[in-house]
Design a protein around this ligand. Structure first.
Ligand code: TIU
Length: 228
């Protein structure tokens, strides 16, 4: 077992042998101009700013031999997996399935649905397309985690209070120990990111823990040394 002593709200204990990293929705559609996030009226620059930190977390996990899972929020070309309630919500500049500068918004296979190149999945890593906010809904994620024997999850990605938090809550209810990499997640709303970090670790880690990428990397480096 390893421990991140400075994790909040208290030390996070995990075994690297049954821990996986899940990187949520680091897609061009949320992070670049002309995508879904911008169409909803958001400034995407804060999300761009975490890309190097997520890259560092990915490198750390890969070096320690952790399984890495990437998710992409996107829909089939015929929108058969996109509820009308999702597509018709609000007054975005472009709706899901509409054609934008990076192809059709949030559609699998379009340039905008791809993960940003700096965080591209490595060969053999799991890439899951998901139609919902949570990564457990209508995906094979439970089967992958069962096959891997995963008990603990390190989470990162965007946006903190939407897809990341939903996935973390789904995982928590399924019995996983969950740690959110607090500087490798971002929101279009700074107050929502801060509130999410606070609420998940309140009440004795009611949903899970948070720690910085440096803290996670230090714990994984110790694990690597122990294995080596
Ligand atoms: N709008 C927003 O904050 N997020 C999403 O729509 N999806 C994800 O968080 N991936």
């Amino acid at each position: 077992m390893r421990a991140i002593a400075d994790a909040q709200p208290f030390a996070f204990r995990f075994d690297p042998a049954d821990t996986a990293l899940i990187v949520i929705d680091m897609q061009r559609d949320f992070i670049e101009e002309g995508g879904f996030g911008a169409a909803l009226g958001n400034d995407v620059r804060p999300l761009q700013a975490i890309v190097p930190t997520v890259a560092r977390l990915l490198a750390t996990a890969r070096a320690a031999g952790l399984p890495v899972i990437h998710t992409r929020e996107c829909h089939r070309r015929d929108l058969s997996d996109c509820p009308p309630a999702k597509r018709e919500r609000g007054t975005p500049a472009l709706r899901i399935g509409d054609r934008g500068p990076m192809g059709r918004i949030l559609i699998a296979g379009e340039p905008g649905a791809e993960i940003v190149p700096e965080l591209a999945p490595a060969p053999g890593e799991i890439v899951l397309d998901k139609p919902g906010k949570g990564a457990f809904y209508a995906t094979d994620l439970p089967d992958h985690l069962a096959r891997l024997g995963t008990r603990s999850l390190i989470l990162a990605g965007v946006t903190t209070e939407v897809c990341v938090q939903t996935t973390m809550r789904e995982a928590n209810d399924r019995g996983f120990e969950c740690l959110l990499a607090e500087d490798a997640t971002e929101s279009y709303f700074p107050a929502f990111r801060a509130a999410t970090l606070e609420m998940i670790r309140a009440q004795g880690a009611i949903v899970g823990w948070t720690a910085t990428v440096d803290q996670i990397a230090a714990a994984l480096a110790r694990a690597e040394a122990a294995h080596g």
